[in-house]
Write a protein that binds this ligand. Structure first.
Ligand code: NAP
Length: 304
């Protein structure tokens, strides 16, 4: 029986693990992929305090993992298939077996949201990507589309200017959502063309992406643009399949907690991008991971 099982190895999970391991609890972190979460695909993190010159997403997460393991956090590469959660008993069923814990910390994060247009599923990985850092170099000297107007879309579009010939940044409104500094950077790039008030209708191509069909929302005009790559950054969906019906979720499927990261189920806490909240940052995930670990300790004390 574990004291704490943390599900997810992004910034929230690794921070909760670091704190609980330092508190000498019997804690296990389960991660289905490599620890690090979505940050792993970020080329450069500039707004995590303590790194005035920025740091690569990979290096930042590698450092968090190394720091947690230094205090003996056990990290296991295993996929959670099912959770059986009640106030009395918390069972975690993974691809390699079943285990029990007194506390669960949900730090499963979020996944990239899809557009839901024709051609998207068929051409996934064949010119459609959710990761500019991973796939940008494949589009050297080609034309690509980036869909979305938030921090991710604008930051990744600027990153893509290193490789591609031209980027069409397609956003559904006439104003970008991204932070002003990122907008200024994108607008200073000659290679980025902003196509505003516009949504994709279809992604075109047989075996590879050949173009994108767009609709101008104000005029109703429909046109096609020839591109070899489409990068989709239209937000995230929470990884809450495992806890549907077990803890309270908001209308978008994110886990509702109180200020101490307590979910609707006693002994189950949530931290990071999986939580229902307004602001999703590495720094907020780290703070919530620390808060969840503290709440976990207090809960364990209350059981004694
Ligand atoms: P986001 O902030 O939710 O932005 C999603 C963008 O996609 C919005 O511009 C939205 O348009 C658009 N969109 C949503 N659904 C769409 C659809 N079906 N069709 C077309 N467009 C659609 O997502 P994000 O940019 O991935 O950022 C997620 C969180 O991570 C945010 O809190 C962000 O601040 C944070 N983040 C921070 C940094 C950084 O600090 N450097 C970097 C990356 C991400 P509307 O604007 O019209 O809603």
């Amino acid at each position: 029986m574990y004291d704490v099982i943390i599900i997810g190895g992004g910034p929230a999970g690794l921070t909760a693990g670091l704190y609980n391991a330092r508190a000498r609890l019997n804690v296990l972190l389960l991660e289905r992929l490599a620890p690090g979460g979505q940050v792993l695909t970020t080329d450069r993190v500039e707004n995590y305090p303590g790194f005035p010159d920025g740091i690569s997403g990979f290096e930042l997460m590698d450092r968090m993992k190394t720091q947690a393991e230094k205090f003996d956090l056990k990290i296991r590469n295993d996929e959670v298939m099912k959770l059986e959660l009640s106030e009395k008993r918390k069972v975690v069923v993974t691809s390699s077996g079943q285990m029990e814990s007194k506390v669960i910390i949900l730090a499963c994060g979020a996944s990239w949201k899809k557009l839901g247009v024709e051609g998207e599923d068929r051409l996934m990985g064949k010119g459609i990507s959710f990761c500019a850092t991973c796939d940008g170099p494949f589009y050297r000297d080609q034309e690509v589309a980036v869909v979305g107007g938030g921090d991710t879309a604008v930051e990744e579009a600027v990153f893509l200017t290193r490789f591609v010939k031209r980027i069409y940044l397609i956003h559904r409104r006439d104003k970008l959502r991204a932070t002003k500094l990122l907008q200024e950077r994108a607008m200073a790039e000659d290679k980025i063309d902003f196509i505003l008030d516009t949504v994709p209708l279809r992604i075109l191509g047989e075996s590879d992406v050949e173009g994108i069909e767009l609709k101008q929302l104000k005029t109703g005009d429909i046109r096609q643009k020839a591109v070899r790559g489409v990068f989709i950054f239209v937000g995230t969906v929470p990884n809450t399949e495992l806890v549907k019906g077990l803890v309270k979720l908001d209308q978008n499927g994110f886990v509702i907690t109180d200020d101490n990261m307590q979910t609707s189920m006693p002994g189950v806490f949530a931290a990071g991008d999986i939580r229902s909240k307004l602001f999703r940052q590495i720094s907020t995930a780290v703070g919530e991971g620390a808060a969840a670990s503290y709440s976990a300790e207090k809960y364990l004390e209350s059981l004694r």
